[in-house]
Ligand binder design. Structure first.
Ligand SMILES: NC(=O)c1ccc[n+]([C@@H]2O[C@H](COP(=O)([O-])OP(=O)(O)OC[C@H]3O[C@@H](n4cnc5c(N)ncnc54)[C@H](O)[C@@H]3O)[C@@H](O)[C@H]2O)c1
Length: 439
């Protein structure tokens, strides 16, 4: 904790020039919104492409600690700051727009620019909180990818910075803008399946394999600033399976599929039960499997946990082949939606359901467009900071019990959603604070 405070203090000191007072974008301003992308890997390039396809504004800068390399989610994915900047310049050129897009290795250079209204933070999870706080303090609006945080205790700092600076923050939970997810969650909220009693959410299995015990560190590629990739995370020897895309499977940078997919399906669970700024009163880890000790990937490979909410609803979240899925069960039937489609106990329950969107109606496009609309109007976006925080915290709390599982076995613990802490479970509470290194 002290390390984290020192890290942030030093970052703030380094970025002091960026904190000069800056007038935020005025409500209703008709000017094009100017943005900078921080993190141009797998998801960064996907969002960047949609942003340009839909002509949502001007991308004046991109930033990545990787100059450019192959080997992201798929071996032939060539991403990083130079390919991203080149992509923006080329696209701007074909549309006759100003072709300037700067590429930086240090995100603070984007925060320093007065011509940037908003940043999109699409880095691994261990950078989300510090970048958001610095961006908000520098007067930028923020689109920050899900899961909003690496650890439960980071959300409060992000909320304070966003609200203090009167910033717009959209969590990258695009299901909030998916018309089908919206239909299902709002129908459940409105009582279409009767009194809600149970929700079952599914998270996928690990979709990558990493090296096992005895793995050998590799040389850091010349194009990659590994120290800055690690940032606030503990020092660790380089291996390519630690970084691009695969960071998801190591607790120093993420929380495995419980936070990766869980941030989507459990967020929808909160939405459908109309409790999207709250949390459970009890969490119980029922099952957890891990790779052998010493493997580079140390997050759980299979899990099952249960939560109880103050409204009497039970949520069970488990690993499965469905990928992301949320199933709502009520007194009068059930409805479920996810990667494998949307079904219900009675087709009549789905009457009026919109078609799945494509192109500009795709959920990512709609979610980005909602963010840009809110940057202009200064209204609340669909997934504001408190909502992103609440769904991430649920996943972190479950992970805390899951990580204790090998020794402790099935564990049930009372949870205080207001404080964001377990009641009388100090070992689990310690897991809510990320390990940090000195700056
Ligand atoms: N909303 C969704 O459906 C969705 C889908 C995929 C990923 N994501 C989220 O997006 C985030 C990124 O995931 P990804 O799959 O794109 O990972 P990735 O590894 O492919 O890309 C992350 C990029 O961030 C860069 N980076 C790391 N530290 C940086 C720093 N200090 N400054 C600038 N750049 C830095 C990396 O070099 C890399 O290029 C994660 O939080 C993930 O959960 C969301």
């Amino acid at each position: 904790m002290a390390n984290r405070r020192r890290f942030l203090a030093s970052s703030l000191a380094l970025s002091a020039p960026f904190l000069l007072p800056r007038i935020g974008r005025a409500a209703g301003s008709a000017e094009r919104v100017r943005v900078g992308f921080i993190g141009t890997g797998n998801q960064g390039m996907s969002l960047l492409t949609k942003f340009l396809d839909d002509d949502l504004g001007d991308v004046v800068a991109v930033c990545d600690v990787n100059e450019g390399s192959l080997g992201y989610r798929e071996p032939d994915h060539f991403y990083g700051r130079e390919p991203a900047a080149e992509f923006v310049r080329r696209r701007a050129g074909t549309k006759g727009l100003p072709a300037g897009c700067d590429a930086y290795a240090d995100f603070r250079k984007i925060l320093d620019r007065n011509d940037v209204d908003a940043v999109l933070i699409v880095t691994p999870d261990h950078w989300h909180a510090d970048m958001t706080v610095l961006a908000a303090d520098a007067g930028k609006d923020v689109y920050c990818e899900k899961p909003l945080t690496l650890a439960a205790d980071e959300g409060r700092r992000m909320i304070d910075a966003v609200r203090r600076g009167k910033r717009i923050l959209q969590t990258g939970s695009q299901e909030r803008s998916n018309p089908v997810s919206r239909f299902v969650c709002e129908a459940v909220k409105a009582g279409r399946i009767g009194r809600l009693s149970r929700i079952v959410t599914k998270v996928g299995y690990n979709n990558k394999t990493g090296p096992g015990p005895g793995w050998v560190p590799e040389a850091v590629p010349a194009t990659f600033d590994y120290r800055s990739w690690l940032g606030p995370a503990p020092d660790a020897p380089y291996h390519h399976d630690r970084c691009l895309y695969r960071f998801r499977f190591n607790y120093d940078y993420s929380g495995g599929q419980i936070t990766n997919f869980g941030a989507h399906c459990n967020d929808m669970a909160h939405w459908g039960m109309d409790l999207d700024r709250g949390g459970p009163t009890e969490i119980e880890c029922l099952e957890a499997k891990f790779l052998p000790a010493g493997s580079l990937f140390n997050t759980a490979t299979e899990t099952r946990f249960r939560c109880r909410y103050p409204n009497g609803v039970e949520l069970v979240c488990e690993s499965g082949p469905e990928g992301v899925q949320t199933r709502f069960e009520g007194a009068d039937g059930w409805m479920q939606t996810g990667y494998k489609g949307t079904t219900a106990s009675d087709p009549a329950l789905l009457a009026g359901m919109p078609a799945k969107g494509t192109g500009r109606q795709d959920s990512h496009s709609l979610h980005l467009a909602n963010f840009i609309d809110c940057v202009r109007s200064r209204e609340e976006p669909r997934a504001p900071v408190e909502v992103g925080h609440a769904s991430a915290v649920l996943c972190h709390a479950a992970n805390a019990l899951i990580r204790l599982f090998p020794e402790a076995g099935p564990t049930r613990a009372a949870w205080d959603a207001t404080l964001g802490r377990f009641v009388d479970q100090e070992a689990a509470n310690r897991m809510l604070v990320p390990h940090r290194r000195d700056p």
